[in-house]
Structures are given as structure tokens and as C-alpha cells.
Design a protein around this ligand. Structure first.
Ligand code: SF4
Length: 373
């Protein structure tokens, strides 16, 4: 069986907890970080990985590690790889953690892409969402990353924040465009359970923009990014040509990948698995996996659609037919006929893709592709 060509490594520590975040993470203070890294490196070595196209180190916040811990981690992850020269190797970073020493640790390793969690360039809003960084720190980090030789830089921006106006969004977009970076991931704020924002919302204290106002923000951002030459290549992602995230395209192509670390998910040999989330459980467990599900063919088909439709290139009927025992038209012909009458998808008999409006209302479309399992 073909081995996965992508790997995700999870560092579940953060210096603070953002008010909107439901990722697998804990505050780093007091955590057994070194023991965690040892356990993670053991898990990594257990896969006997030697060839990858992409490696993504995310979190949490990987740059909350000390520069020495980061060097040790990067060295252990990459020493087993036969050739890192053509790989995409990404590290997620918090602007406030990017000291010159941390940037040197990244620049002296095979890491060649850095994803910086900017979220907004507005200090008032940064405070409101629980980020412990300033806009100046983000701008300084990006400047120093470039000076250290990193060209492939991406930032995350969030819109629809509490108290955010369209004018605030216009300023964020102008600041992003002035930086002339090759890639951006754009997210509308989603209220998740067990977050401080959800608590505030339940108390009626959040003051979110209305859905219409959030839609105006989204449409404004998309129009500005596309006018500036960024391709909207995935629902949440925009890039200059050639800077699409190879790692994330692995997910959207429904290809397999290793997931390593506490709370990480992976997909290997047809099995979707999830590791123990609590740090001590992860460190102490021999088998790191807490769930491991072999997907049925119907589940694989659904995922092919859910993930593939996130891309501007859409879902290829020929690829679907080659992967599965039933043809695309036999499984989804009726659904596609129905959706083709809306302005949410386009279909030419070979490729099914979401329209710009479909990108905005993706979940409505995805629900149509659920099958009886
Ligand atoms: S958004 Fe990122 S930095 Fe903030 S708590 Fe979540 S994982 Fe940590």
C-alpha cells in the first residue's frame, strides 16, 4: 500500500487561550513540554517515515517552544527524511513568539514556510479576542522572517469579530495588501462550544456583527484579494500563483497523511484515527490512538465530495470513478442535477465545483452529498 506523503505534527501548547478557540491546546505554563516532545518523537519514529512531500507543524502554537526545543524537534523530525529539498515544511507561529533566536532556529532548519497567526492588525480587536500580541509585533515578525530568507509566508485573518465594523475590515485588508505576502487564510468567526466567546454570547454580551454585515465583510475581502491577484483556490485560502499550500491540498485531495502528537488526527491505510488529547494520557499511552475507524466506501465518497468541493478546481468525475466501485453519476447524478439548477455549483459533466456563492454557502451544498452509510 502506498505510504502517505504528508504529515501533520501537533504542538498543543499556547501562551494564552484565545476567546474563540476550540482547538486541542493547553496553556504552556507548568506543562511537561520536554516529556511531551520525547513522546511525540517516539511516535514519529514509530512510523518509519522516510519520504514526504509536506510536513506541517501546527498547534496550539509551535513557536511557544523555546528555540532549543524547536531545534531539537525539527532535527528529530527531519533527520529521518531522505530529502527535504523539495518538500514544503510549514511551522505555525505566533507573532509575539518570533524572537530573533526563534527565527534563526527556523531559518537554520529545512523549514521553508511560516504561517503567522495575525488574525487582525487592530490592537483593540486583538485585545477583545484574547490575543497577547500587537499589530506592530506582527509586522515586525513578518519583516524579520523575510529578512531571514522566508518568502513563502502566510497569515491568518479573521472577520466578523465582536465590535468589528466594515471600516475595520477595510483597514485590515489594506494592511495585508501593503505587505504583498503570497498567501492568506481567511476565516469568519465561528462560535464554538466551550469557548469564552460562547459563554459571552449566552450572556448576551458579545456584540457580533449581523450575518448580513459579516457577509458584506466576506464579499469585500474576497473582491479586494482577487482584484490584487490572489487566486481563491480553496474556500478559506487565497494565494499568488505557485504559493498554494501543498500540505492543505493533501487534505482536500482526500489523500492520506500521518497525524502525530496529542489530539492529532491522521489518515493511514484507509483508517482515520485520532490520538489521545490530554497531554499526560498521550505521554503515558503505548498506543497513542484513542479512535481508529476504517471508512466505508460511502464515507470515503462523502469525504471525496466534502473535501474536493472546498477547492476551486472542484471534484473530478474521472478521479472519482477511478477511486470507487460505483460511478459518480450512479451515486450523485440526481443530487448534481438538483444542485445544477441553483447558483451554488457548476458542472460540465467532468468537473463539479462550487461557484463563488457556493463557497460562501458551502455547508448547504455539502449536506446534499451525505449518503446512507
Ligand atoms: S487560536 Fe491558536 S494561539 Fe489562540 S488558543 Fe487557539 S491554538 Fe492557541
Amino acid at each position: 500500500m502506498k505510504k502517505p506523503e504528508a504529515a501533520y505534527v501537533h504542538i498543543p501548547f499556547c501562551s494564552q487561550i484565545c476567546y474563540y478557540c476550540d482547538f486541542a491546546k493547553v496553556v504552556v505554563a507548568g506543562q511537561p513540554v520536554d516529556a511531551y516532545l520525547e513522546a511525540l518523537i517516539d511516535e514519529w519514529r514509530g512510523y518509519t517515515i522516510s519520504n514526504l512531500k509536506t510536513l506541517y507543524i501546527g498547534g496550539g502554537t509551535p513557536t511557544v517552544l523555546s528555540p532549543q526545543q524547536m531545534k531539537k524537534l525539527l532535527s528529530a523530525l527531519t533527520e529521518v527524511l531522505s530529502d527535504t529539498a523539495d518538500m514544503e515544511i510549514t511551522v505555525e507561529a505566533n507573532p509575539g513568539d518570533l524572537s530573533d533566536e526563534m527565527i534563526s532556529a527556523l531559518a537554520d532548519s529545512p523549514v521553508n514556510r511560516v504561517s503567522v497567526g495575525v488574525q487582525t492588525f487592530d490592537n483593540r480587536l486583538l485585545k477583545k479576542i484574547g490575543r497577547n500580541q500587537t499589530a506592530d509585533e506582527a509586522l515586525s515578525a513578518l519583516t524579520r522572517l523575510r529578512a531571514a530568507g522566508f518568502e513563502n509566508l502566510t497569515v491568518d485573518l479573521i472577520y466578523g469579530l465582536p465590535g468589528q465594523t466594515l471600516d475595520d475590515v477595510i483597514r485590515d485588508v489594506a494592511q495585508f495588501l501593503a505587505l504583498d505576502l503570497p498567501h492568506i487564510a481567511l476565516y469568519g468567526l465561528i462560535l464554538e462550544d466551550h469557548t469564552r466567546f460562547m459563554q459571552l454570547e449566552r450572556m448576551g454580551k458579545l456584540n457580533l456583527p449581523t450575518d448580513d454585515r459579516a457577509a458584506d465583510m466576506y464579499e469585500y475581502i474576497v473582491s479586494q484579494l482577487t482584484a490584487a491577484g490572489y487566486g481563491h483556490y480553496e474556500i478559506s485560502n487565497f494565494s499568488k500563483p505557485g504559493f498554494e499550500s501543498k500540505h492543505n491540498l493533501t487534505y482536500w485531495d482526500n489523500a492520506e497523511y500521518y497525524g502525530v502528537g496529542a489530539g492529532a488526527s491522521g489518515y493511514v491505510n484507509g483508517v482515520r484515527y485520532k490520538n489521545h488529547g490530554p497531554i499526560q494520557h498521550y505521554i503515558n499511552s503505548v498506543d497513542k490512538r484513542v479512535t481508529a475507524d476504517t471508512l466505508t466506501e460511502h464515507q470515503k465518497m462523502e469525504e471525496e465530495l466534502f473535501l474536493g468541493l472546498r477547492k476551486a478546481t472542484g471534484v473530478s468525475v474521472a478521479t472519482f470513478d477511478a477511486k470507487f466501485s460505483q460511478s459518480f453519476s450512479a451515486v450523485y447524478g440526481d443530487v448534481v442535477d438538483k444542485l445544477a439548477k441553483t447558483d451554488l455549483v457548476s458542472y460540465d459533466g467532468q468537473i463539479l465545483r462550487l461557484t463563488e456563492r457556493g463557497f460562501e454557502l458551502g455547508n448547504e451544498v455539502f449536506a446534499e452529498f451525505l449518503l446512507d452509510t
